[in-house]
Write a protein that binds this ligand. Structure first.
Ligand code: AMP
Ligand code: MN
Ligand code: MN
Ligand code: MN
Length: 276
């Protein structure tokens, strides 16, 4: 049976490894089918695809789109996209365009909490001049001793109700799904178990996602517990959505799970790769 890992990051967004290095690591860890899914950017795909040609691995071009839904930020994974598609490219540029002003607002909020210099501090961790993210602030805060680990930092800063959190308007759900479809891809709701919604809210989210044309959900994710693997397999069946799997790997020493570490999909779901 093939090993799939369809969610990971490189230095083109908030990952620690360059695209070729992530590809080589995935191959070395026994991944057979691998997707690079950088936040709001497809810039790393050419390098990753070239590196994958030197391995036995099948490479899937992807991205992870930031979306605002009700009061929540949710993420939509794009798989099998044409990275040269102009409509998707413009959509991603539009999502990225608000990030720098947001970063200044994050820094102002941290200044108010007694932590000055966070914008410049976060910038020093940025690896792509196209994108600054909360991960870069998190690395700065860990570096300054405000938290011990990446997990720890998001418990105390940068999340709703905590210093360094600011609300932000990303793309809408219908926009994200339509850009992905225009580029020939499939839209997959990332790590649904991470969103702070009630059971009713989750059903509303999955219903709206499906009605917008969404194709699948991540059943397996490093953000999910084994109980959530089963829970989201049931949601996938009930809502008629395909099932995906991805480690959401960001780099050595930072991620909950390494590339290729997830188990096989539970029985009874249709994999997102069924028609590939
Ligand atoms: P942004 O897109 O700028 O909002 O940054 C979001 C990124 O922050 C996510 O993709 C993760 O890499 C990271 N992140 C968010 N929450 C956590 C968390 N609880 N633990 C570790 N990393 C997190
Ligand atoms: Mn990330
Ligand atoms: Mn995500
Ligand atoms: Mn991710």
């Amino acid at each position: 049976m093939l090993r799939y890992d369809l969610h990971s990051h490189s230095t083109w967004s908030d990952g620690l490894l360059a695209p070729a290095a992530v590809v080589q690591r995935a191959a070395a860890r026994g991944v057979d089918v691998y997707a690079l899914t950088d936040h709001d950017d497809t810039g790393g795909i050419a390098e990753a695809a070239a590196a994958a040609r030197d391995t036995a691995m099948t490479f899937i071009p992807g991205a992870e789109l930031s979306v605002s839904w009700e009061s929540h930020t949710i993420h939509v994974i794009a798989l099998q996209i044409d990275p040269a598609n102009a409509i998707l490219d413009a959509g991603l540029a539009e999502i990225r365009s608000g990030r720098d002003a947001r970063a200044h607002r994050i820094a102002a909020s941290l200044t108010d909490a007694g932590i000055p210099g966070a914008y410049e501090g976060a910038r020093s961790f940025v690896t792509s001049d196209r994108l600054i993210s909360r991960s870069h602030f998190a690395r700065f805060l860990v570096g300054q001793g405000h938290a011990r680990t990446m997990k720890d930092v998001f418990r105390r800063y940068l999340t709703q109700g905590k210093p360094g959190y600011v609300s932000h308007a990303w793309a809408t759900l219908p926009q994200a799904v339509s850009w992905i479809h225009t580029a020939g891809g499939q839209a997959v709701l990332a790590h649904p178990g991470r969103y702070r919604v009630t059971a009713t809210g989750m059903r509303r989210l999955l219903g709206e996602f499906r009605d917008a044309g969404g194709d699948g959900i991540e059943v397996l994710s490093s953000s999910h517990t084994p109980a959530q693997f089963a829970e989201y397999a049931t949601y996938a069946r009930v809502f008629g959505l395909l099932a995906s799997t991805g480690s959401d790997y960001h780099g050595p020493g930072e991620s909950w799970m390494d590339l290729g570490d997830l188990p096989a999909l539970p029985a009874g779901v249709t994999p997102v790769w069924a028609q590939w």
